[in-house]
Write a protein that binds this ligand. Structure first.
Ligand code: NAD
Length: 516
């Protein structure tokens, strides 16, 4: 599509149809947002491809300059970003500051500093003696327009944050945020404009699943963060054109508390790790296994700490637990609790919606007498619930932790650091924390991604930017002979030479010994 055609269609993205966005904490409508259709997604991708053509040719240091400018704009716009995130998710303000703004700035900083080395050309020496006259290297080549599809639980981190490595690698980005929380992504477009990004380098298409499906059809690569069930649909759709796709999906993250753990730290960790963001984090602690000998003390401490949490609409950083974000998610939590109670579980605190508050507030909940016949221990809850199960020893803890179709993050709590590390290796989980939780997402230096049904591919680290490129290998002839010995016409002479060479290379005792 030419530039003039694109300009003619410039108004197309101001869609006629809209959908409503609500503040889940107040239940008030806060915005009408365009419902972008498939044709408009196609236009956005075409515009992105035009922006890509010049962006790809910029030296990495120049791209880094734009990203640094964006980081400065983010810092200057901190309050506006926090207000937007909180308004569409209902989360506590501190969580918007620490898990979203701090994260995106850290991510920018990391890739600004390291992109050059992660994406450098790598030269190799040729092994085959006949080809010693060639020079070979590999290059990371950006793919074009990366389509990012995001969830609602971290509407800044998992949208703009995911775009950072894609942009640094030389791609343009078209982003489809969640229909429940699209405002932070729309604000991100404004932030990029303030940072004077090239036009259409970073675009947002708002809408439901059909908008995302069109993005899968038209973009060159897809990075998806969301639920397992949608992830499977994304992979199936991308398979139609064999489009590269990475999937960051759900979790059912186990916490194993051993007898020798620092119980005070473990109890504080359980409460924060399970209830931050109202439990709506892919790596939330969703099931706790505690060794019998310390179970009573541990449970008492957890219950005591949960009772002291402050829940509400955050005005001035004075709330610990905010609201949940979607009505459907509250229903899932209610259904799982009802299922557990029907099968014999006991609620020690919480267990119901918070009737004192207007929006989607669910009381922080602790449950015991739970087991793996219950959904609360096997399916992703994504809500403020801590189900605690007693185990007889660490072997049982590892067995139960691995008894899951998920494998995103797990944690082990013990004073014996060697034991902690040894148990970590036995856990079927993309990431493991020893005596810690959640913060591993902020360590951008190492890959973060799930195994089993928790995903495919990873963000962060070297692979987190290299995945936005294809790896091209280049062979160059250094000599420039009229013809190579193995080209046409074929001859008996060359075949006997090759046979002799093979004998020398692979039968000669001396060469055999020299070979590594
Ligand atoms: P979701 O799967 O319902 O939606 C995610 C996105 O997919 C949304 O933008 C949605 O509009 C889009 N979508 C809907 N139907 C689609 C289709 N047919 N094809 C393509 N896209 C479609 O997930 P959610 O409820 O927004 O987010 C919560 C889930 O995300 C949880 O399972 C959570 O564990 C997971 N998550 C994972 C990570 C991670 O890094 N592994 C991080 C955050 C959240």
């Amino acid at each position: 599509m030419s530039t003039s055609q694109l300009d003619q269609e410039a108004t197309a993205l101001e869609s006629k149809k809209t959908f409503e966005v609500f503040n889940p904490a107040t239940a008030q409508k806060i915005a009408d947002v365009p419902m972008v259709d498939a044709d408009e997604v196609k236009i956005a991708v075409a515009r992105g491809r035009e922006a890509f053509e010049s962006w790809r040719d910029l030296p990495i240091s120049k791209r880094a300059g734009y990203l640094k400018a964006l980081r400065d704009v983010i810092l200057d716009s901190k309050n506006e970003i926090i207000e937007t995130i909180v308004s569409e998710t209902g989360k506590a303000k501190l969580e918007a500051l620490s898990n979203e703004i701090l994260y995106v700035c850290t991510c920018i900083d990391y890739y600004v500093k390291n992109a050059e080395s992660f994406l450098r050309d790598r030269y190799y020496s040729v092994g085959l003696v006949l080809l010693k006259t060639k020079r070979i290297h590999t290059s990371y080549i950006p793919r074009g327009v990366v389509g990012i599809i995001g969830p609602w639980n971290f509407p800044f981190t998992l949208t703009l944050g995911e775009a950072v490595p894609a942009l640094m690698a030389g791609n343009a980005v078209v982003l489809k945020p969640s229909e429940f929380a699209p405002l932070s992504a729309l604000l991100a477009v404004k932030l990029c404009e303030r940072a004077r990004f090239p036009k259409h380098l970073f675009q947002v298409v708002t809408g439901y699943g059909t908008t995302a499906e069109a993005l899968i059809d038209y973009a060159d690569q897809i990075s998806f963060t969301g639920s397992v069930s949608t992830g499977k649909k994304v992979m199936a759709r991308a398979a139609r054109s064999l489009k590269p796709v990475t999937l960051e999906l759900g979790g059912k993250d186990p916490m194993i508390v051993l007898q020798d753990a620092n119980l005070e730290r473990a109890a504080n960790g359980a409460v924060w790790g399970a209830l931050a963001n109202s439990g709506q984090i892919c790596m939330s602690i969703e099931r706790v296994y505690v060794e019998e000998g310390v179970a009573d003390v541990f449970i008492d401490r957890v219950v005591d700490k949960v009772k002291r949490l402050r829940q509400g609409i955050d005005q001035d950083y004075d709330v610990d637990v905010g609201s949940m974000t979607t009505p459907r998610q509250v229903e899932i939590v209610e259904d799982q609790i009802a299922d557990a109670v029907a099968k014999g579980a006991r609620i020690l605190v919480g267990g119901k919606r918070n009737a004192r508050l207007p929006g989607l507030f669910f009381e922080p909940t602790v449950m015991v007498n739970v087991d793996h016949s219950m959904k609360i221990m096997t399916e992703e809850t994504f809500g403020p619930v801590i189900p605690i199960m007693r185990i007889k020893d660490e072997q049982e803890g590892v067995r139960l932790a691995n008894d899951s179709r998920f494998g995103l993050v797990a944690s082990v709590w013990t004073r014996d650091k060697r034991k902690g590390q040894a148990l970590a290796r036995r856990l079927e989980s993309g990431s493991v924390c020893v005596n810690d939780c959640l913060v591993n997402f902020l360590t951008t230096e190492v890959p973060f991604g799930g195994v089993k049904e928790s995903g495919w591919g990873a963000r962060h680290g070297e692979t987190g930017i290299q995945k936005y490129c294809f790896l091209q290998s280049v062979l160059e002839d250094r000599i420039g002979l009229r013809r190579e010995i193995n080209w046409f016409p074929y001859s008996k002479k060359f075949s006997s030479l090759l046979s002799r060479l093979l004998r020398i290379l692979y039968h000669s005792r001396i060469l055999q010994k020299l070979r590594p």
